[in-house]
Design a protein around this ligand. Structure first.
Ligand SMILES: [Zn+2]
Length: 195
């Protein structure tokens, strides 16, 4: 670590299916090519790819350390770690803000990816706070499953089915990136986020 002058916080935010993890993986690969020490952290609650790896919907993946709370992250930083990548930041809660701020203050490059909105379209902590204190914010959109426009939101299909107009069977098909349990989600634009 240096005197802290090189530290920075980079946030990658957006709805589901926006390619956030893919962008995180891309930045980690670049850092590895530059021979920087990299630590990749996922949350134990993220069961999408199993413990010990961070995976994108398109199949890119990285080995990672799984933790149960933000407070565990600093303990994983070793001598030589220069970049810390945190995926699925929404699992970590508000405590993540102070933790990654301290790491960036100490001279590390911290890249955090996570959902900026809940499935009902509200700001999803801690992403709004992380975006406020970051040097760089990359806000990604997905593609609306109904009309193809830029999608800043995602919906849980069970939640929109009742209110949808008829004749839109495509919107009820299982999402390609089915996540967890029996629910499925789709990316939606502003116009199509409500049933
Ligand atoms: Zn749409």
């Amino acid at each position: 670590m240096d005197d802290g002058g090189g530290g920075r916080l980079e946030v990658i935010a957006g709805p589901m299916f926006a390619g956030k993890t893919e962008e995180l993986v891309r930045r980690v690969h670049r850092a590895r090519i530059a021979r920087r020490g990299v630590l990749v952290v996922g949350h134990a609650l993220d069961t999408r790819s199993g413990p010990g790896r961070v995976a994108s919907h398109s199949g890119l993946e990285l080995p990672s350390r799984s933790v149960r709370s933000a407070q565990e992250v600093p303990g994983l930083v070793e001598a030589g770690t220069e970049l810390v990548a945190v995926d699925e930041a929404q699992f970590f809660g508000p405590e993540l803000v102070d933790v990654v701020t301290a790491l960036a203050d100490a001279g590390l490059v911290v890249v955090v990816a996570g959902l900026s909105v809940t499935f009902d379209g509200r700001p999803f902590a801690p992403l709004p706070a992380l975006m406020a204190v970051a040097e760089s914010v990359t806000k990604l959109t997905a593609v609306c499953a109904v009309c193809g426009r830029d999608a800043a939101f995602h919906v849980r299909l069970g939640g929109v089915r009742a209110g949808r107009p008829g004749g839109d069977a495509d919107a009820l098909a299982p999402a390609a990136g089915h996540v967890g349990g029996t629910e499925s989600y789709e990316a939606r634009c502003r116009r199509h986020r409500a049933g």
